[in-house]
Design a protein around this ligand. Structure first.
Ligand SMILES: NC(=O)c1ccc[n+]([C@@H]2O[C@H](COP(=O)([O-])OP(=O)(O)OC[C@H]3O[C@@H](n4cnc5c(N)ncnc54)[C@H](OP(=O)(O)O)[C@@H]3O)[C@@H](O)[C@H]2O)c1
Length: 280
């Protein structure tokens, strides 16, 4: 993290699963927690957030919480549910200026939709993070509006890259990225779940089967985390001709698993497009 990035004041408006994962990742990568303010609606998560050493404001108790948090920050992460994003933009718009960058982590909410509820020319970035950011192994796709300077994009990239890979992409690609990396951690957990259930069906003790599936998916993920790793090459390296793994992969192919995965990801992207229509 550069010196300029380290000194940024950050606000997280809404600090649930996603914004909570991002702020934990940023703290783990060395950002001073005292430079971070989070807002939540109720006091449910306040104690665990305060344990991180950050400032926490509760909007139900303090109607100015979001505006105050926005006014004090250089970068403002909007992390409420998609349906609340434009209302939040309206709420904080009087606390913004052109030096501040607003970053939305909400699925489906377009830049133009946010821009119509923010001051003209406000730097705003649409992003799609994923929860492994919490453990320093996330992926984020960011799409800056034309109002965002290269320097501002660099600062946000630097801030997030301590906890994962950051890709700057055209906004048109956000739904596809969301279907692969945004929802993707759930697919990996689903695979581990299916493997564990398959082990039980073959007579393994349930606890043992879950332990085997968990460690196997996590270990394979670690091997894949090398930026030079290619999934197909790694798979071929553990698939001996006429061996057991070859039988499994041939069965997956026969049963159409790659097509099923393509159909699932297309359904996720289509749902994101539909949500953009409904909420945009
Ligand atoms: N979860 C994921 O894997 C994932 C992945 C990519 C993107 N996202 C995006 O992340 C966003 C949040 O999703 P989530 O899963 O993190 O939801 P979540 O866990 O329900 O978190 C929402 C947070 O917003 C707070 N909040 C609601 N209204 C507020 C207000 N008016 N002022 C201040 N705080 C308010 C909630 O506070 P209380 O808890 O007190 O109600 C909570 O801390 C969504 O837009 C979603 O599209 C999520």
């Amino acid at each position: 993290m550069s010196e300029a990035t380290k000194n940024l004041s950050l606000s997280f408006l809404g600090a649930g699963s996603m914004n909570g994962a991002i702020l934990r990742g940023i703290i783990a990568s060395g950002h001073d927690p005292q430079l971070i303010t989070a807002t939540v609606r109720s006091d449910n998560r306040v104690a665990e957030l305060r344990e991180l050493g950050i400032n926490v404001l509760v909007s139900e108790e303090d109607p100015e919480a979001n505006r105050r948090a926005a006014a004090s920050a250089d970068i403002i992460f909007l992390g409420v549910k998609p349906v609340g994003i434009t209302e939040l933009c309206e709420e904080i718009s009087g606390s913004l200026d052109a030096q501040k960058v607003v970053v939305s982590v909400a699925a489906a909410i377009t830049l133009s939709s946010m821009q119509s509820h923010l001051p003209a020319g406000q730097p705003v970035i649409r992003s799609m993070p994923n929860t492994p950011l919490m453990v320093g192994a996330g992926v984020v796709g960011i799409s800056p509006a034309a109002s965002v300077s290269d320097e501002q994009t660099k600062l946000v990239t630097d801030l997030l890259s301590g906890s994962g890979d950051v890709h700057v992409i055209d906004e048109e690609q956000q739904n596809a990225l969301s279907a692969i990396s945004g929802s993707g951690p759930a697919y990996a957990f689903y695979l581990a779940e299916a493997m564990a259930n398959a082990g039980v069906a073959m007579g393994l003790d349930e606890k043992l089967s879950i332990a085997l599936a968990r460690a196997t998916v996590a270990g394979a993920g670690k091997m894949l985390s090398n930026p030079d790793a290619d999934p197909a090459t790694l798979r071929k390296a553990v698939t001996s001709p006429k061996g057991t793994t070859e039988q499994a992969i041939a069965t997956f192919d026969e049963q159409g698993i790659p097509k099923i995965i393509a159909a699932g990801t297309q359904a996720a992207a289509a749902r994101a497009a539909q949500l953009s229509e409904e909420l945009g």
